[in-house]
Ligand binder design. Structure first.
Ligand code: SAH
Length: 372
């Protein structure tokens, strides 16, 4: 809801909010993602301009860490014209992002401009804000969606003796201000449109909005070039009932006090892959701990440990490494997934003259990072 929805009203990312995310835990997370974009930019022949587009940037911490890496590697990126494009619906979070990234509050743009706000990052890069991915200008772009797709609304379905039914929300007739789940008495437009004919699970959650956004990303990458990196907790089409709520870092009944808690469902990466419709190649999902290991997190940790004098900082570094990497914490349940142009993985004319082609560089994170 644009007026009563959680992200437009509250949107509590961070320690003082309702849930905590990897970029809020450790700067290393965003730094390694920054390296991923530079490595892909190099592998794609160093185009002289790119847009970095982030969906749902939260507090802006992840982008801040990425832009710091871009600044540190300014000599590598020196001839490249980079701009940042943030897709954010929350007025409160966009204000926090502006202060984080530009160091100040920003005025709203005139209504007739596609971006509702614009500014310049502390490192000198232009930043634009939009409510919808469709407002982002076309052009060679790298996309980022971290804990974005899990925040979008889902439909829930249950297989019954009568066939597929939809799980709907109703007012409990016994307790008037309480909501309850009910099963639709028969098929609904959603059961008819959103369930794959080959579905084998008995309970499914489908996020059509995520499907539409992935279709848009895949079309844009096919047409203008670039890549998308998606990181979220999720599964590859195996899980069933994952819908849950969080408030003040505790599980919260999804039906009580709507609009005051973060509602989330695991991302079904098999659905995202299907929705790319072959317009791009896809890689993953690969577990967060494997992705970060491939990106060189161990080396980065060693460097930070060597450079930090005090015990408290060293303990903090080790603690945040454990949060990100431990399979019992975020290491296994978070996954990375990428959309890449087909030619990034297979030479277009490989079949004709395989001997003339040098091998394509492996995609970092999904393979070990090789920066040349
Ligand atoms: N990526 C951040 C924040 C994740 S929370 C991090 O990892 O810390 C989800 C983010 O998506 C928030 O910024 C929220 O305001 C935004 N969001 C939620 N629904 C959205 C929508 N429909 N369109 C654009 N942004 C949305």
């Amino acid at each position: 809801s644009p007026s009563q929805g959680y992200y437009t009203r509250r949107g509590g990312v961070g320690e003082s909010g309702d849930f905590i995310t990897s970029p809020e835990i450790s700067q290393v997370f965003g730094e390694l993602i920054g390296i991923w974009y530079i490595s892909e930019w190099m592998a794609m022949g160093k185009p002289n301009t790119f847009q970095l587009v982030e969906l749902g940037p939260g507090r802006g911490t992840l982008m801040e860490d990425i832009l710091r890496v871009f600044k540190q590697l300014a000599s590598v990126l020196s001839k490249c014209d980079v701009s940042v494009h943030l897709v954010e619906v929350s007025p409160k979070l966009s204000e926090i992002q502006a202060v984080m990234l530009t160091g100040r509050k920003l005025q709203a743009n005139p209504e007739d401009e596609p971006a509702y706000m614009k500014g310049i990052s502390k490192t000198g890069i232009p930043i634009f804000w939009y409510r919808d991915i469709q407002d982002v200008p076309p052009g060679y772009s790298f996309y980022l969606a971290h804990e974005f797709f899990d925040a979008l609304p889902i439909h829930k379905f249950q297989r019954t003796e009568k066939g597929w039914c939809e799980v709907l929300v109703d007012i409990d007739p016994a307790v008037p201000d309480q909501l309850r789940f009910v099963l639709s008495p028969s098929r609904t437009p959603a059961t008819q449109n959103f369930i794959q004919p080959e579905e084998t699970r008995d309970h499914v959650e489908v996020c059509p909005e995520a499907g539409v956004i992935v279709q848009r990303l895949a079309s844009r990458i096919e047409k203008d070039g670039g890549a998308a990196l998606v990181a979220d907790y999720g599964h590859d089409g195996t899980k069933t009932d994952t819908f849950r709520g969080f408030r003040n870092h505790k599980l919260h009944d999804v039906l009580s006090a709507p609009g005051t808690a973060d509602l989330t469902a695991d991302v079904d990466f098999s659905y995202l892959r299907k929705m790319a419709q072959g317009k791009t190649a896809t890689l993953g999902p690969i577990k967060q701990r494997e992705f970060l290991k491939n990106m060189g997190i161990d080396l980065r940790l060693q460097m930070l440990l060597q450079n930090s004098g005090d015990t408290a900082t060293r303990e903090q570094l080790l603690h945040s490494y454990d949060m990100l990497m431990n399979p019992e914490k975020m290491g296994d349940c978070f996954n990375f997934f990428a959309l890449l142009p087909h030619h990034r993985l297979v030479h277009p004319d490989k079949k004709d003259k395989p001997e003339l082609k040098s091998p394509l560089p492996p995609v970092a994170g999904f393979n070990e990072l090789l920066l040349k």
